[in-house]
Ligand binder design. Structure first.
Ligand code: IMP
Length: 197
């Protein structure tokens, strides 16, 4: 069976990715399983640019088909920040409790749609023949008034999902995968890969 490498070191993400891509006729393996251990500098200023940088770099190293993702939170009242800087926002080692409280403080006094935000995920696929394919998934919501929820990670405890009346950290992993930016981008990638392979 032909292989696809998914350029992530995150085992949680790999689990989600394998589940969503399981009916492709390709074996999806992690960078670790492919024996690759490098840090790629993501210096693009869009999610698309960063996902492509990662997918191309690993494709050029291995000569195999490579998928990579880049994601983040856009808060409209913060000029769509932290955006591509979501992981590095306020420093890579700063806890999400501090980052989330800072965002709540920044939005103090704003109500309703003035608190609009979204998670964005872009998946890029780099083929050895030079073709590049990208898909984008968006998960719209609001910044909540307080921190809530134990599931998920990162900014989930402040991301209010009006349709469910809770934060994305209150959603079960199954429901979050169904409606999230990453779930949507991966599903679209799976459909496109079937046409492109
Ligand atoms: P990356 O896709 O690993 O580069 O993620 C970038 C950053 O965006 C993460 O470190 C989180 O801060 C944020 N992020 C992306 N997706 C999510 C999500 O589903 N929930 C919460 N935070 C997220």
């Amino acid at each position: 069976m032909q292989r696809i490498i998914f350029a992530t070191g995150n085992e949680g993400k790999m689990k989600e990715i394998r589940m969503l891509l399981k009916d492709l006729d390709y074996q999806v393996i992690s960078m670790k399983e492919a024996g690759i251990d490098i840090d790629i500098i993501e210096d693009g200023d869009t999610f698309e640019a960063n996902a492509i940088i990662k997918a191309k770099a690993i494709m050029e190293m291995t000569g195999e088909i490579v998928l990579a993702d880049d994601s983040g939170l856009e808060v409209d009242a913060m000029d769509k920040g932290p955006g591509v800087y979501s992981a590095r926002f306020m420093g890579e080692d700063t806890s999400y409790d501090i980052k989330n409280n800072y965002i709540l403080d920044r939005l103090k006094g704003l109500k309703g749609s003035d608190r609009s935000a979204r998670f964005v995920c872009v998946i890029a696929c780099a083929f050895p023949d030079g073709r590049i394919l990208t898909t984008r998934g968006v998960f719209e919501g609001l910044i909540g008034d307080t921190i809530s929820g134990e599931n998920g990670f990162g900014y989930d405890p402040i991301f209010w999902v009006p349709e469910y009346g809770c934060t994305s950290a209150d959603l079960s992993p199954e429901v979050k995968n169904e409606v999230s930016h990453r779930g949507k981008a991966l599903k679209e990638m799976k459909d496109k890969l079937k046409e492109w392979m």
